[in-house]
Design a protein around this ligand. Structure first.
Ligand code: M6R
Length: 580
């Protein structure tokens, strides 16, 4: 999703901005641009494309000036074009802005400014910020007052950084922004990776605040103009130390890391959360995408083993239900802790004074500031857009939470880890199947009972990484309509461990086979109905989900390679989806 960055100091801004925008590439983007301020004028370069290529052709990093802003855009308003790329200049050319988020009332503001003869060149909501700032600054000639007036007129959730009157100003309104300083240099960024590793302490801008970076001092204000004292926080350096090592892609590295990363969950905070949940009657687990699939597993297990009322809700669909009261708890699951759908749901729950807890990976994320108890899954930074290791760490956390709540020993993570290693060692089987499936356009992924959320997660990986349309389904559901699409050209993946779901899945597979489709069976038990068998180790039926997702992740990854796709950067996708 959009990244914003700003620099002011004694060094040239442009190479620094380009360097740190590259570090934030994993967030996903379609275009890139920077503005610098040199001899009282602003110079901007921006283009559609990857940072490396755009910079090579257009020499972004050669712009002069010691103050600058940079941006990678993930289009929300207006198509992917050079003009819609950020930064956006005001009509006078004296103000430039980079923006993350959405300005809901941008049309209204645009119409109002057009009446005052302002011209607009892009289709974005962001350009209005630059012109509104100019409008307000020309009236007051005062940075602080013009910022307050502008903020008052903007509706939505956003952060932006602007060069105004040769100064850098950053505004945070419900979107993360952080600031680091060292030896007279200031760095502002939407992501911890936009701050140099040499900086030990950072300032998280308070929500609804803005900061003016003068040559000698930093002034921070709330939206009404009251001065705010800021606190610094020690940076977790491990988030900076990321490298692909010898792996071709981060996605593969992260898939392989899972044998270790599931062992790193924070047990202390799990105990704390379990105590809180023990006293709760109704639990609503929310999440988006992969984290929602983890929520579905959590629901399945908690209903069975904790005897509580539990529901899993897609974050965007979360609404306060009449039976939600002080006996209810919301558990928000999120890798990034920045997903707008999740943050909105949590805000809504907080407004109703519900108990709100989180299971999160990024310890410095917005979500962690909004919850009464936070469990960190600790799998390390996940760069691949497709969630892999964060999913298995979310599941490991859920299993351990369940152990605490039910006071029963349910899982041996060390043996799960060994099973994951065995699957990874047998990856040749999966690679061979990926060669056979590379031209397939549609697939079903079947799973019964607790395996259904894994089928959904597997289908999501296939869509994201290999761009194959995949649909998850309960085995028996196929005959209620979708079977009409099954013929000798169809491929169906069946998650079929030898457990209580096995016999029913076998019946579904027979029905599919009778119509000529090919079956890829993921199982610890051979069945002659499989055309291709992905052999799985035998493990306690209850924890099978934790290992059966691995071959599906591998399959999606190797299919991407077969199709010459870049698994680390799937088209149109962003790592953390910070807009609605
Ligand atoms: O950071 P979150 O877990 O809140 O992200 C939620 C989804 O955007 C995310 O899981 C998305 O579906 C992944 N790209 C899936 O691989």
């Amino acid at each position: 999703m959009c990244s914003v960055i700003g620099y002011s100091g004694n060094n040239l801004a442009a190479p620094i901005l380009v360097k740190y925008l590259k570090k934030m590439e994993y967030r996903g983007y379609d275009s890139v641009g920077i503005s610098t301020c040199h001899k009282n004028s602003i110079i901007t370069k921006k283009k559609v494309g990857r940072i490396y290529e755009v910079n090579k052709k257009n020499k972004l990093d050669r712009l002069p000036g010691n103050v600058g802003i940079g941006h990678t855009r993930w289009a929300t308003h207006g198509s992917v074009t050079d003009i819609n790329a950020h930064p956006h200049a005001s009509n006078s050319g004296k103000i430039s802005i980079v923006h993350n988020g959405i300005i809901e009332n941008y049309m209204e503001i645009k119409k109002h400014l057009m009446k005052s003869r302002y011209k607009f060149y892009s289709d974005t909501d962001s350009e209005v910020i630059a012109n509104l700032l100019q409008y307000n600054f020309e009236k007051t000639s005062n940075i602080k007052k013009s910022m307050i007036n502008t903020i008052k007129q903007l509706h939505g959730k956003y952060s932006f950084i602007t060069i105004l009157d040769n100064k850098l100003i950053a505004v945070r309104h419900h979107k993360s922004l952080m600031l680091g300083t060292k030896d007279g240099e200031c760095f502002i960024s939407s992501d911890i990776l936009g701050i140099p590793i040499e900086i030990d302490d950072i300032i998280y801008l308070k929500d609804q605040s803005f900061v003016i970076l003068g040559e000698k001092r930093i002034e921070m204000y709330d939206f009404s103009g009251e001065h705010i004292r800021f606190k610094t926080k020690r940076i977790e350096k491990k988030f900076h130390k990321i490298s692909k090592l010898d792996y071709k892609h981060f996605t593969l590295k992260e898939i392989i890391e899972q044998a270790k990363s599931i062992l790193q969950v924070n047990k202390r905070s799990i105990m704390k959360l379990s105590k809180l949940i023990k006293n709760t009657e109704k639990i609503y687990i929310i999440g988006s995408g992969t984290s929602y699939n983890a929520a579905l597993i959590a629901k399945y297990l908690m209903v069975r083993y904790c005897k509580k009322i539990v529901d899993a809700i897609i974050a965007e669909e979360f609404t306060i239900l009449p039976n939600m009261d002080e006996d209810s708890a919301i558990i928000a699951i999120s890798q990034s802790g920045e997903t707008a759908d999740v943050i909105d749901a949590v805000d809504m729950a907080n407004k109703e004074n519900l108990n709100v807890y989180a299971i999160v990976n990024v310890p410095t994320s917005l979500l962690t500031t909004k919850c009464d108890c936070v469990v960190k899954i600790n799998c390390g930074i996940e760069i691949g857009v497709a969630a892999t290791k964060s999913f298995t760490s979310q599941l490991a956390t859920i299993y351990l939470l369940l152990e605490e709540i039910s006071n029963k020993k349910l899982i041996n993570l060390a043996s799960v880890s060994k099973s994951i290693l065995m699957i990874l060692e047998n990856k040749l089987e999966v690679i061979n199947i990926s060669k056979i499936l590379k031209n397939v356009k549609n697939m079903y992924v079947l799973g019964n009972g607790i395996h259904y959320p894994i089928a959904s997660e597997g289908a999501l990986k296939l869509k994201e990484l290999s761009t194959i349309h995949a649909e998850s389904m309960f085995g028996g559901e196929l005959k209620h309509g979708s079977l009409t699409l099954i013929d000798e050209n169809a491929y169906v993946i069946a998650i079929n461990p030898k457990d209580s779901t096995y016999d029913d899945m076998k019946i579904s597979i027979s029905e599919i086979k009778s119509r000529g489709a090919k079956i890829v069976g993921i199982s610890n038990h051979y069945n002659e109905l499989y055309d291709y068998w992905i052999r799985m180790p035998t493990i306690n039926e209850f924890v099978f989900p934790l290992i059966e997702i691995i071959p599906l992740q591998l399959l999606a990854y190797y299919l991407a390679l077969e199709k010459n796709l870049d698994p680390d950067h799937p088209k149109n996708l962003a790592k953390s989806v910070t807009v609605k």
